[in-house]
Design a protein. Structure first.
Length: 199
């Protein structure tokens, strides 16, 4: 079981660049977004959080992500230029991350702060995250409102299967990339003699 999780982890890391391209599509609406917006429940995969800097003459200095109950974050892709602090319960394999704070960034207007992590939804339902964005002038944007608001909260809809025909093209691509990542991860693991690099 641990070896399979390692394969998935390595494979997803190899596809971080490809997932970044998917974020560009989902963040085009200038809201804080988590991609893919639709995912399989009980499946470890790569997610990307993109938060736009919309304010003129200011930069994004910190981002705080609050994780909903039932959604677990396994590990993170390094974010150059940012420092990460976790609020969690438990430790080791039993650790449950409740909140992630990234500080030290300096993202200018019309650019996105981008963070990536491996996560898993425990059941099929909609998970609502909240994001607090702090600008260099001290102003704060709380991305926690409904979809119709000016600052909607990012959501992920976890599904129990791919049936129903309701998946978007972006979501299908993301799921295919995730499957390829597992395969590439297995190849990388065997090629490296079973040794896993920790990000």
């Amino acid at each position: 079981m641990n070896r399979m999780r390692s394969w998935k982890r390595i494979g997803c890391m190899l596809l971080a660049a490809a997932a970044t391209a998917l974020v560009v599509v989902s963040s085009a609406s200038a809201h804080a977004r988590i991609s893919p917006p639709v995912a399989l429940a009980k499946t470890l995969q790569l997610y990307s959080l993109a938060v736009p800097t919309e304010k003129s003459n200011a930069t994004t200095k910190s981002i705080v992500l609050t994780v909903p109950k039932g959604f677990s974050i396994d590990s993170f892709v390094p974010s150059p230029g940012w420092h990460r602090q976790l609020q969690q319960t438990g430790s080791g394999e039993n650790a449950v991350i409740q909140q992630v704070t990234w500080t030290g960034g300096n993202v200018p207007t019309e650019e996105d702060s981008l963070f990536q992590f491996l996560g898993e939804a425990s059941s099929a339902k909609t998970y609502t995250f909240t994001v607090k964005q702090t600008y260099s002038d001290g102003s704060i944007v709380d991305w926690s409102g409904p979809e119709s608001s000016a600052a909607p909260a990012p959501t992920i809809e976890a599904k129990s299967s791919l049936g129903g025909g309701g998946l978007s093209t972006v979501t299908i691509i993301a799921l295919v990339l995730g499957a390829i990542g597992v395969i590439l991860g297995a190849v990388a693991l065997f090629a490296g003699g079973g040794k896993r690099q920790v990000a």
